[in-house]
Design a protein around this ligand. Structure first.
Ligand SMILES: C[S@@+](CC[C@H](N)C(=O)[O-])C[C@H]1O[C@@H](n2cnc3c(N)ncnc32)[C@H](O)[C@@H]1O
Length: 269
């Protein structure tokens, strides 16, 4: 089927891995009344049509909502609504909420604030697709001094060297009301046997748990790794002082944008 879409949604439609994990989870989990929040071109509603009684597909961007309306016009069990989901009043409770407003660590997209409004319309035993995301952080040397995503088409676009193992620092479960502020101490063990003499960044990786057995790492259009600068730490000095670990405090607001990210070296020991 040929989908009408805006240029951004054409890129989303080209990301086959992203589409296939959502398609599989939708096939396995969807039934009854469904909300597709941030419907875009309507592709996830299209996957849900054969499994649903009725789908409310909400999209805030008028052009995208128009495309979704045309793409889904032949199906009697979908209504595309051009509205902002963060303050929308639904006429019926949902069995399933599909919400793909994901981005790395949920900082720059509205997934969390939107779900914090929409969850009150989910039935008690209802489910959210995806179920959750897990965030990990690695200490790195990188060739960037500003917050940067890895290029969507070239996952090697940022040069970096990992300096220690990934620390899984939180899990965001979309069935629960979520506190939007994050304030976490990341404790990294630094591998001082490596030739690199400087740590100057953190690499954030987000893993999406579509359901309890489908997990997806970064794809070109889903959660590309995010590189965040930190104040420089000399690894030569750490060696001299017999230090092995670094604690970096990271703060951000989910849905608040990249400008909310703050990092601070809390301890070197
Ligand atoms: C990452 S795209 C996903 C589109 C589509 N579901 C897909 O998987 O291809 C997120 C969509 O959410 C829409 N969106 C963002 N904030 C929204 C809000 N508050 N209410 C409704 N839609 C929103 C954006 O316009 C965008 O089309």
């Amino acid at each position: 089927m040929k989908f009408l879409a805006t240029p951004y949604h054409i890129n989303l439609l080209a990301d086959k891995e992203r589409l296939s994990v959502f398609r599989e989870a939708i096939k396995e989990e969807v039934n009854g009344v469904v909300y597709d929040i941030g419907a875009g071109s309507g592709i996830l509603s299209y996957f849900a049509v054969p499994h649903s009684d009725f789908i409310f597909a909400l999209e805030t961007d008028p052009k995208s909502a128009q495309c979704a309306t045309q793409n889904l016009q032949e199906y009697g069990n979908v209504q595309v609504i051009n509205a902002d989901a963060s303050n929308f009043h639904f006429p019926k409770k949902a069995d399933v909420i599909i919400c793909e407003m994901l981005d790395t660590a949920l900082i720059d997209e509205e997934q969390v604030p939107v779900l914090n409004n929409v969850l009150k319309y989910l039935k008690e035993d209802g489910i959210v697709i995806p179920h959750a995301v897990i965030n990990g952080a690695e200490p790195v040397f990188m060739n960037r001094s500003q917050i940067t995503y890895q290029d969507v088409d070239d996952l090697k676009s940022v040069y970096y060297e990992p300096l220690g193992e990934m620390v899984i620092y939180n899990k965001v479960d979309f069935r629960k009301n979520i506190k939007e502020e994050v304030d976490i101490d990341l404790r990294f063990q630094i591998d001082l046997s490596l030739p690199r003499a400087l740590m100057n960044g953190i690499k954030i990786t987000t893993f999406t748990l579509l359901n309890d057995h489908i997990v997806c790492g970064p794809t070109p259009m889903l959660n590309p790794p995010l590189f965040i600068p930190v104040d420089e730490i000399s690894l030569d000095e750490m060696k001299l002082n017999g230090n092995k670990s670094v604690i970096i405090n990271i703060q951000y607001t989910m849905g608040g944008g990249l400008d909310t990210i703050k990092t601070r070296i809390k301890d070197i020991s």
